[in-house]
Design a protein around this ligand. Structure first.
Ligand SMILES: [Zn+2]
Ligand SMILES: [Zn+2]
Length: 363
């Protein structure tokens, strides 16, 4: 997405803080924020309402704008697909080799971005699913992937709480690096026989507990994209929260035993069973710390900007050079996953211990 549009959108979010803590299975009415949404906007299908009254009020209050843009983008994608029918049957995985398919891939990316914007305000998994569908689709059509979609794909999965899939996805890309031709040859078989929007990546359940850099032996935190590092940090923070909750219930369960005993248990147990997996607490914490260090070393704007976006959103941004690239990267993270990270309980406090409240930084 164009940097100026990202800034504009993020500023609008600042003025309109989220009314929800997380996405819900059942969406909340986008107008009154009080009752469950029972019917969605029949045009764009990205906003839910409790009543006709709320739907009308919201449409006139500003939904009209994004609604029209989304509908137009949907129509555009459908229209552009028609002349490509033959290529959809014979050239899946190979799309970038054809001139006429590039505009289609771009239109899908635009639609994905619009769904992300809508998802930020709709409080519904359904809209995140739509964004993910188009992200997966462009990557299915082109085996070498589109870098801009690849870097946001883990965030789409994390917003849907598919942490293992996000981990699998990142590992797939970190393991399949070579020249473009080699990559295409090795990955094309995964694309064969797939359907629109299919998940084509390996699936290893519970892999999120692993140390990412140990599972990709020739990778370290210096040659993994910074967006992946942020996604891994979210995964690790969520595991630490799960461990915290498990410790709490262990305390409750041991409540009848005397205090001394609880103390002993605490100091000896460094492993815990989470989701049926034996997890080493200390190792997970170290992985999270390592990720914070690595992200900050690669881009010193991202983590302070998550705590305090104002300097990034309100300054004149550099137009070229390394600094401009860093600002763009930071805006991307804010756009796709800052809320996702801040919603993990304790994550904000962890960052504040490191960077202070409202940290200042220059862009
Ligand atoms: Zn309502
Ligand atoms: Zn609509």
């Amino acid at each position: 997405m164009d940097t100026r549009n990202v800034v504009r959108f993020l500023r609008s979010l600042q003025n309109d803080p989220p009314f929800y803590e997380d996405c819900y299975e059942v969406p909340v009415c986008a107008a009154c924020h009080n009752r469950p949404g029972v019917a969605c906007c029949s045009h764009c299908q990205t906003a839910w309402y409790c009543s006709r009254h709320c739907r009308k009020a919201h449409y006139n209050k500003g939904h009209k704008q994004i609604c029209c843009v989304i509908v137009e983008a949907q129509n555009r994608v459908n229209r552009m697909a028609i002349p490509l029918r033959r290529l959809f049957e014979t050239q899946v995985g190979n799309f970038i080799s054809f001139r006429e398919t590039r505009a289609y891939l771009e239109a899908c990316c635009d639609l994905m971005d619009l769904y992300v914007q809508a998802a930020q305000t709709a409080a519904s998994n359904d809209v995140w699913e739509k964004a993910l569908f188009y992200a997966l689709e462009v990557q299915r059509l082109e085996a070498t992937g589109l870098v801009e979609v690849r870097s946001v794909n883990p965030f789409l999965l994390l917003n849907l709480h598919r942490d293992d899939d996000a981990f699998n996805f990142m590992r797939y890309w970190m393991k399949s690096q070579g020249t473009l031709e080699e990559t295409r040859d090795s990955l094309l078989p995964f694309h064969e026989g797939t359907q629109k929007g299919d998940w084509i990546y390996p699936r290893e359940p519970k892999c999120r507990f692993l140390n990412f850099f140990e599972t990709c032996p020739d990778r370290n935190d210096r040659n993994v994209p910074v967006e992946f590092l942020v996604a891994l940090l979210i995964i690790k923070c969520r595991i630490l929260v799960a461990i915290g909750a498990t410790c709490k219930s262990a305390n409750l369960a041991l409540g009848s035993v005397n205090g001394q005993r609880i103390h002993e248990v605490h100091s000896t147990v460094t492993e815990m069973v989470i989701d049926g997996e034996l997890v080493n607490i200390e190792s997970q914490r170290q992985q999270a710390d390592q990720l914070v260090d690595a992200i900050h070393r690669e881009n010193a704007i991202i983590l302070p900007a998550i705590l305090n976006p104002a300097p990034l959103l309100n300054s004149e941004l550099p137009q070229s050079g390394a600094r401009a690239a860093q600002c763009e990267e930071a805006l991307n993270v804010l756009m796709y996953c800052a809320r996702c990270l801040l919603r993990v309980s304790g994550a904000k406090e962890m960052l504040e211990r490191r960077f202070g409240h409202n940290p200042s930084y220059s862009v």
